[in-house]
Design a protein around this ligand. Structure first.
Ligand SMILES: Nc1ncnc2c1ncn2[C@@H]1O[C@H](COP(=O)(O)OP(=O)(O)OP(=O)(O)O)[C@@H](O)[C@H]1O
Length: 324
């Protein structure tokens, strides 16, 4: 079943700039005829550089904004027409904006939400207890939100957004500003929730760690258009055709021959780091050259970092499009 269906969704903003006779109407196209299908249960990372159109898309899919043209169905609802009904079936978390009551502890917030969503007391208690345990809310259960650390607050935000058991969870930059540990903890919780509960996850993030950990599919937009739509697992393997080869030797090495398709990233007394374009040279050929120049103690072959792949994709002109 399709959770989200988007068909040529388009949004432009018209606003005035300047004063008096210099006042001019300006038109900005934020989302430019996007078409997508997202099946139920999938976790997708919807990414792009600043101003690419991510938030505008999320706002249309959650019913906050009307599109200028095009269609979208979320769980069978037209979001901007059936916003109330849709709100009972989706969870939304904005990393930059808290949706919790600032002066209330998570305990009271969850109780208020249970009333808003009309949950049966028994169902509420079960879900609350399970969320408290999974999200580790016990340690700050009775502490007002204003006194929580950012990591604790974000865990409470996500837990609160899941209380009514939404079928889709929209997360707009959920890990922004978190330290390494808090970020890891939160992305693990989101990933586990997606896998164990089957909730569809629509995530935007500038953090490649979030994307790798949480998402199965990556959709890159730029200038309001979809530039790439691919499984995360294939992105590095098939997109750049590059490998990073690190070698350690038992004895110092002095020279590595110049080979087409091989770039030396680092040369140390006992080691080498090479970037290999496997379209130009097979990796076996590079390894056999390495074996000739010294006695090898260790070899590691890695894919390029996802950061590098994504930066490369962002730099492509929108008109070219990309496919795997
Ligand atoms: N209310 C608005 N009025 C005018 N222009 C807007 C409005 N909202 C967004 N835009 C413009 O639409 C474009 C897309 O913005 P959007 O916020 O969707 O990008 P984004 O991909 O979420 O960026 P970021 O990563 O910085 O949050 C930008 O050029 C932005 O300036």
């Amino acid at each position: 079943m399709v959770a989200i269906h988007i068909d040529h969704l388009y949004k432009s903003f018209t606003f005035s700039r300047g004063w008096g006779k210099h006042r001019k109407q300006t038109n900005v196209v934020a989302v430019d005829r996007i078409s997508l299908n997202i099946p139920c249960g999938q976790a997708i990372a919807f990414i792009g550089p600043n101003g690419a159109g991510k938030s505008t898309t999320i706002k249309m899919l959650t019913g906050i904004l009307h599109p200028t043209a095009g269609k979208a169905m979320v769980l069978g609802y037209v979001p901007w027409k059936d916003r109330q009904s849709l709100a009972r079936r989706i969870g939304v978390v904005f990393g930059q904006r808290s949706q919790l009551w600032y002066h209330l502890p998570p305990r009271d917030t969850l109780e208020l939400l249970a009333r808003i969503y009309d949950l049966e007391p028994k169902v509420f208690r079960q879900r609350r207890d399970s969320l408290v345990e999974r999200f580790g809310l016990n340690e700050f259960w009775s502490t007002p939100v204003r006194k929580l650390s950012l990591g604790q607050r974000m865990r409470a935000e996500v837990a609160a957004s899941l209380l009514h058991a939404p079928q889709i969870l929209f997360l707009d930059e959920p890990t922004i500003g978190l330290d390494v540990l808090a970020r890891q903890k939160l992305r693990n919780l989101i990933c586990e929730w997606n896998q164990q509960e089957g909730t569809t996850v629509f995530l935007t993030s500038h953090d490649t760690g979030d994307i790798e950990r949480v998402a199965q599919r990556i959709i890159v937009i730029n200038h309001g258009q979809v530039m790439l739509d691919a499984p995360v697992s294939e992105l590095r393997r098939r997109y750049l055709n590059e490998k990073i080869l690190s070698v350690k030797f038992h004895t110092p090495i002095y020279e590595f021959p110049t080979l087409q398709g091989v770039r030396q990233l680092e040369v140390m007394d006992f080691g080498l780091k090479l970037e290999i374009n496997t379209r130009l040279i097979p990796i076996e050929q590079v390894i056999s050259q390495i074996l000739q120049i010294g006695s090898v103690a260790d070899v590691a072959i890695e894919d390029p970092p996802l950061d590098a792949v994504i930066a490369h994709i962002y730099n492509q002109p929108a008109s070219e499009g990309l496919s795997l």
